[in-house]
Design a protein around this ligand. Sequence first.
Ligand code: BES
Ligand code: MN
Ligand code: ZN
Length: 497
Amino acid sequence: MTAPTKLGFTSFARLRGVLIVFCGENLKFGTATQRALSPTGDLIRRAAAAERFTGKNGSTLDIAAPSGLKLPRLVLVGTGKDSDLKRRDLLKAGGIAMGKVPAVAAEATIVAEFASGALKAEQVADLALGARLRAYTFDRYKTKRKDDENRPKKVEVDFACANPAAAEKAWATATAIGDGVVLARDLINEPANVLYPAEFARRASALTKLGVNVEVLDVAAMKKLGMGALLGVGQGSAHESKLVVMRWNGGKRGAAPAAFIGKGVCFDTGGISIKPAQGMEDMKGDMAGAACVVGLMHALAARKAKVNAVGAIGLVENMPDGRAQRPGDIVTTMSGQTIEIINTDAEGRLVLADVLHYVNKRFKPRFMINLATLTGAIIVALGQEYAGMFSNDDKLSERLNKAGEATGERVWRMPLGPEYDKLIDSKFADMKNTGGRWAGSITAAQLLQRFVDKTPWAHLDIAGTALGSPQTDINKSWSSGWGVRLLDRLVEDHYER
Ligand code: BES
Ligand code: MN
Ligand code: ZN
């Protein structure tokens, strides 16, 4: 169990607890930082020389009980050459600084200033957002503290800056995004006995408090619509499948919305084509795409984004059972196209096929972006650093690329092309749901593309980036909430600049 962390903003004059400051190359400090450190005399130069600390980006120097300061500890965080700061640089710096708050400390102050100069209010807020995401833990189910833990009941971390009131205001926006990421992480970390489709739908319904319109379609409604592919995946589960549609209308009345679609497989056993036992517990996170969409809708609504956005998530559980679908079964999708099931473990594409078609037909969106923990093959290709991006639209790809570079949630474009189609030709139906070992992520994307028509569309395969402890300076959790910040930024760039 970790203590809850309270973040606040204060002036350069009010420093308390562990003092954390940023330091440029060759021990350069900003003016307010210099002033705060002046009582320490030559301590910093001597300590830095002893530790060969020069202020390189990402490096840190720890000084306990610094003479001259009535503070328990001083930490220097190197920022290197800190010009041309991107949002991801500020988040990273905030994350590293937060990581240097010792577990036993009840108070800390992070001086929000770089050697290159003071930070704007938005930059201070980004710093605090990085700190907040770094501090995130999921310990809802831990009932015992370890005996040797001598931790404070709560931790207060202040950001000292030039204009605390302005930072506080900018923090309202950053909080909306941070809450969205934390919501996504929480949903992904929840075990599948707690978070089954109906419970997921209930949690998504809480967005109504922020002014989001939420509809929940049950199995009967989906049957009426002809969603044979989605329903086939869920038919072996004791839990009813659900489709949740969320709408945030912050843009021009009647303007075509941006649409975000998520794979929400609350647990993926593989079905009759059952997965091996080793690591299967991770498949509680096979709804990370859906969690990201909910987190994004939260962020957009909470910061009152000037956009019309639709979020749609297909929620199912993929189980082996007497009623489960079999290899060889043929399902009819809402679009009318038929799919032969070769492997019941290639279920995500079946869910998305129906949700993509439904959203496209009902909302005629400006563009559609789907997120899915779709293939193990994308982890083989890209590891945990980049999500795979597949798209029928160069402009949308370029926008996602740019948003990825800015936020640090990066995407790498992978190919699509008719050459791959023969891999999913079926003897009996319009297509089959797997294409064999080769190009596994591409054949999955190729299938999805058949359900989006001409609408600009991008598919993000997040199997590597969303779960399995993708370690960064702003994430130490098993789930990252990957995609919320990326897509929030995409919306901001696209509609609000
Ligand atoms: N949910 C998995 C993909 C996955 C693997 C996500 C590891 C996160 C971590 C997906 O449903 C799946 O089982 N894909 C199969 C497809 C295969 C049967 C064609 C895979 O990748 O092996
Ligand atoms: Mn699967
Ligand atoms: Zn899956």
